[in-house]
Design a protein around this ligand. Structure first.
Ligand code: AMP
Length: 279
């Protein structure tokens, strides 16, 4: 495994990699969710590149950029064990040197849901994913369903800009109590950690209601709101039921539907989602 910390070094190296390349973009502090993407990339590509970069452009003012958890040594050990070929981990000034002035903005899909409380977040995501896709030119790039809106935004960008990369979305990996794995779970106190399982329970309740015949969007959203509202340590941000590609709120479910929830536990913002409805 080769660790590349400079973009100039990577640019010199990339033309020599002629075999199919799988890219796994991350912000590090790797857990089983990230590693599931690396395993999938390993199985489907000849060269595996893991990008580790805590991207300041996707953090808003007052968000946790400075304190975002980092553990480079543990990350490299885990990636080495999975037979990763390259870890690309440039510094902030290398990715955004003086004079950098381009923003990629996916206008409509970036606005609802996470975009409401985190304006500019998806511009930061789209810009860095565009840059790393240009730099690495992967055959496939791997993303987690956990960040559902991110996958929708990235797919749109790849389509709109004519990028040749296939976007592969991998299932959400969960803790035994259902909580979606996230680097941010490290911030939770033991009480908040226990409480955070309510997100997945709320989604599952909605899924069960759907299975039992409920088709009204308001009823399914109300179900999720009530479940999260009953948890004293959770402050609900949204409980939504949308079309999985357009992210438009659904009045009733008569096809594919994506249920999404977000809540604060203390100062920690957590999200989760579940696909319900017929494909
Ligand atoms: P992050 O480091 O949080 O930016 O995440 C990097 C990638 O890992 C993103 O595509 C995430 O959606 C994905 N990811 C994060 N958590 C999980 C999880 N629990 N299961 C599957 N994928 C995940």
């Amino acid at each position: 495994m080769k660790v590349v910390e400079s973009i100039a070094q990577w640019k010199a190296l990339r033309p020599r990699l002629t075999r199919s390349l799988g890219l796994v973009p991350t912000m590090g502090y790797l857990h089983e969710g990230h590693l599931s993407l690396v395993r999938r990339a390993r199985a489907e590509n000849e060269v595996v590149v893991v990008w580790i970069f805590v991207n300041p452009k996707q953090f808003g003012k007052g968000e946790d950029f400075q304190t975002y958890p980092r553990d480079a040594e543990a990350d490299l050990r885990a990636l080495e064990a999975l037979d990763t070929d390259y870890v690309l981990s440039p510094g902030v000034d290398d990715v955004y040197p003086p004079g950098f002035q381009t923003t990629v903005s996916v206008a409509v899909l970036s606005k609802p849901l996470e975009g409401v409380s985190r304006p500019g977040h998806f511009d930061g995501v789209a810009t860095v994913v565009a840059k790393m896709t240009c730099l690495t030119q992967p055959a496939r790039a791997y993303f987690g369903q956990k960040d559902a809106q991110q996958t929708v935004v990235v797919r749109r960008m790849v389509e709109d800009l004519g990028m040749l990369t296939e976007i592969v979305v991998c299932p959400t990996i969960r803790e035994p109590d259902g909580l979606a794995m996230s680097s941010r779970n490290a911030y939770l106190s033991p009480e908040e950690r226990r409480a955070a399982a309510v997100l997945y329970r709320a989604l599952q309740n909605a899924g069960r209601q759907y299975q039992a015949g409920e088709r009204q969007g308001d009823a399914l959203r109300g179900q999720m709101r009530a479940a999260i509202g009953a948890e004293p340590l959770a402050t609900l941000e949204y409980a939504a039921l949308v079309h999985p590609e357009t992210l438009v709120e659904l009045t009733s479910v008569d096809g594919p539907a994506l249920a999404l929830v977000a809540a604060q536990f203390g100062s920690t913002h957590l999200i989760d989602n579940l696909l319900i409805g017929e494909k």
